[in-house]
Design a protein around this ligand. Structure first.
Ligand SMILES: [Zn+2]
Length: 237
């Protein structure tokens, strides 16, 4: 099937849907010039370390300088703006749907999406791990120690090895169970437990995957191999 025909079929499913769940990942934010931090290694004293090692509680508390440097260099892009994908998904969710995103950049909320579940948290929910006071990005940028009590400051994102908040998990499952259409975009869908959410869909729910590389998915899933930006640009919402 040609790309135009695939987009037309997706449009028809979207028009017929009562409630849509979107599942998104890093590929949705790369057109906003936010690189996928999972593809970045940190280099300290000439030694390269994986993001899984650095983005852990162990590094946060025992090597806070390393943690801070990694997030500041590879994850915070405060001037980034939402792109057409964020905007179209926001319009769709505000009408009749929900977005469950792995992204922690806050761009969906910036796009005006009022129905967002930030599955892995938000980089700009910054707080002190000692007194739990909220800290601004500008303050965190300057120092990872809270001036008041010397507590270590962290972003409210789920680190490797940390569990997903239970309320978020339950809320995500409820929404998937309510949906007659699931649209997965910009994610290779390999991060657990995010990838398992699809197991809770209605048996007859339609599922679409939009990604620029092939994603491991069950047979009944319709796949569009293309840049999500190109596809969303053509959708009427
Ligand atoms: Zn504090």
């Amino acid at each position: 099937m040609s790309l135009d025909k695939q987009i037309a079929a997706l449009q028809a499913d979207l028009n017929a849907a009562h409630y849509v769940t979107y599942l998104t990942g890093a590929g949705v934010s790369t057109p906003s010039h936010i690189p996928d931090y999972r593809s970045k290694n940190g280099i300290y004293n000439g030694i390269s370390e994986s993001p899984e090692q650095i983005l852990s509680e162990d590094t946060l508390f025992h090597e806070p300088a390393k943690f801070h440097q990694f997030v500041m260099e590879n994850m915070y892009f405060p001037n980034a703006q939402p792109n057409i994908i964020h905007k179209k998904i926001a319009a769709s969710c505000n009408k009749n749907g929900i977005l469950i995103t792995q992204n922690v950049d806050g761009l969906d909320k910036k796009a005006g999406n009022k129905h967002v579940i930030e599955f892995h948290g938000n980089l700009y929910n910054i707080f002190c791990t000692k007194c739990y006071e909220r800290i601004s990005y500008d303050e965190y940028k300057k120092s990872y120690f809270h001036e008041k009590d010397n507590g270590i400051i962290r972003p409210g994102i789920v680190l490797y090895g940390e569990p997903i908040n239970e309320d978020i998990l339950i809320n995500s499952i409820k929404n998937i169970q309510n949906s007659d259409l699931v649209i997965i975009a910009g994610t290779s869908f390999v991060v657990y437990p995010f990838a398992q959410l699809l197991a809770y869909k209605k048996p007859n729910a339609k599922v679409w995957v939009i990604n620029n590389t092939i994603v491991p998915a069950p047979e009944e899933v319709s796949t569009i191999i293309s840049d999500a930006e190109k596809v969303f640009d053509k959708l009427y919402i």
